[in-house]
Structure formats: C-alpha cells, structure tokens
Design a protein around this ligand. Structure first.
Ligand code: SF4
Length: 142
C-alpha cells in the first residue's frame, strides 16, 4: 500500500495550537486506499499543545508575543522530512494556511487574519526535496 504523509490534525489528532483538531472526512477516507502516516511538525519540533499561535514574518516564525520560534519550526520540518524518507513516501497531504503545513497561503505576520501567498516551513522543505505536497482542498490532485 502506498504511503502518504498527512498533517496529523487532519486525521483528528488534537495537535493544533488551540488544542483542537481539524479532521477531514475525505482525508480520513483515503485510509482505505493508502497508508496514512500522521505527522505534526510543530509537535515534532518540541512545541507544546496547546501553544500560542505563530505567523511567519520576513522569513522568521514569530509567536504572537514576539518570541522567535523559527528553530522549533525548522527542527519539526526536518524531522517530518526524515519520517517521509524512512517511509519512502513521495506525497504529503498538508493542512492549508498553516505556518508549518500551508502550501499556497500563510498569514502575513500581523495577526490580523490577512493571508498572503507563501508556504509553511515544512511544506516548503518537502517541496524543495521533491515530495509532492497537496492540501486537503485539492485531493483530486492525488
Ligand atoms: S503543524 Fe501541521 S499537523 Fe500540526 S497542527 Fe499545525 S497544521 Fe496540523
């Protein structure tokens, strides 16, 4: 069975910054056809749940209180990539708009709900390493 890396929150794991999950029935249903391997880069980077939200600003991941969390996000991205490689997974389904997992858009660092074009830290690293990334809104691209 082909293995696919998936944002853990999409599979129902309560690992989001607010301590909640974001389950997608369509993603969960893919478990009948694929082996879904959950990863939460922010947890893998050592951040607690719940945690204060972060947004990316000028290439740095800044927590809402100004603390720089770039190191944790980068570490989580590297560990997620290691998991993909260990499992020989060439595809990931990642949660849209996340500062880790977002593929097309991220929040702009002003905490005003403003989206800009950009990639989360892990999604970017995966794509740089030739792993196909799609988000939960484009499962037809699998
Ligand atoms: S880092 Fe990714 S997997 Fe973890 S909660 Fe955020 S969107 Fe979900």
């Amino acid at each position: 069975m082909k293995k696919i890396i998936v944002s853990a929150c999409l599979l129902g794991t309560p690992c989001r910054y607010d301590g909640k999950s974001k389950p997608s029935e369509a993603v969960i249903a893919l478990g009948e056809k694929y082996e879904l391997i959950p990863v939460c880069p922010e947890c893998l980077g050592g951040l607690p749940t719940p945690r204060l939200p972060c947004e990316i600003k000028d290439g740095c991941v800044l927590r809402i209180d100004g603390v720089d969390c770039t190191r944790e996000y980068t570490e989580g991205a590297k560990k997620s990539l290691e998991i993909a490689r260990e499992n020989e997974a060439d595809t990931a389904i990642f949660k849209a708009k996340s500062p880790s997992c977002g593929k097309y858009q991220i929040y702009d660092g002003t905490y005003t709900g403003t989206l800009i074009c950009g990639q989360g830290v892990t999604a970017k690293l995966f794509m740089e390493n030739n792993i196909k990334v799609i988000d939960e809104e484009e499962l037809d691209k699998l």
